[in-house]
Design a protein around this ligand. Sequence first.
Ligand code: DAH
Length: 399
Amino acid sequence: MMLSSCFRGTGPTARAGFVRGLHLGAPNPGSVINDDAYNNVSPSVAAKIGKDLHRCSAHPLGIIKERIELYFQKNTQALGQPQFKVFDDLPPIVTVEQNFDELLIPPDHVSRQPSDTYYVDAQRVLRCHTSAHQTSLLRQGEDRFLVCGDVYRRDEVDSTHYPVFHQMEGVRILTEEEAPARWDVSQRKEIASKDLKRGLEGLATNLFGNVEMRWVDAYFPFTTPSAELEILFRGKWMEVLGCGVIHDEVMDNAGRTGEVGWAFGLGLERLAMVLFSIPDIRLFWSEDPRFSSQFEAKTLTTFQPYSKYPPCYKDVTFWLPEDNFHNNDLFEVVRDVAGDLVEEIRLLDDFIHPKTQRKSRCFRITYRSMDRSLTNEEVDRLQEIVRGYITSRLDAELR
Ligand code: DAH
């Protein structure tokens, strides 16, 4: 089987392919790291910019993305409506206004903290969701669109969390025929809500077949009412997406006061892990042909695990620095040192010294490669570097 260019090679060729793969207008990965006091983008995260896994048609993420696009295009065709415009190469550096303010995310919301979001400088971030493009596109006059792209969050280290993942966003503004401006606004929003739910239930059926579904009330600052769709999958309720009727103030921010529409957002990795039975989120980034050769454009297949190599556990305990330490700071240090060789980091113990009130934490780091057995020497070396960085970068004291 022909491998897509997205998968070809490792080492120098892959680097060349990566540069070639950069889409027009994409930032140079180096440019997201700078001396600005706000800058907290790590090299391992910067290296992911421009990889565009969602644009690889024989990659599980590309397959899911195309399937969702096709669903919406077929749906609108059947209804005789215009197609959704697809934006899948918008650069991931956005302004703080786009990522937070215009979406009514409160100034003190935790997601704005540098412990959670990657800042390029005081004004710009690596988008933490594709919703960041909603307002600008609405302002440009777009009425129905899908946005797909890589999003960035500082987060835990385990089999379902990775600092870069992919989302798909959908937005549609109702036409004057569907919901005339002279009607009561609550009635127009009711129409939007019904249209949204019908469309998304159809999407879930398209992806998962005839599964049981339920709507759960949710809260997002930029939609009201808001909801989450869950499906019963292998005996468990699983959240598939978040959505809602676009908040009036978001419409105002986009210069579209008085119009009514809906929006939804979903994570591609979560869906792909279930639909392809992919057990670890790191696999999406693997260039091992034993992974990549298993997928074919437009086809949902069950991933055949090739083998599981032994894990190696290392514990580390340290006194926290005096001011603002966040567990994510440690997670990032380990990711920077070990890359995809770190599988999980778990907090084992959180201790406060009864006399001095000094705080100490103990973490268990699981090292495991998905492609080969790690040697003891290799893991020891990684752990030594991690320990060194805990002192030098985090300003913490090892115990
Ligand atoms: N941006 C949300 C997130 O990342 C997902 C989302 C929820 C998008 C509701 C939407 C929406 O457009 O209406 O969790």
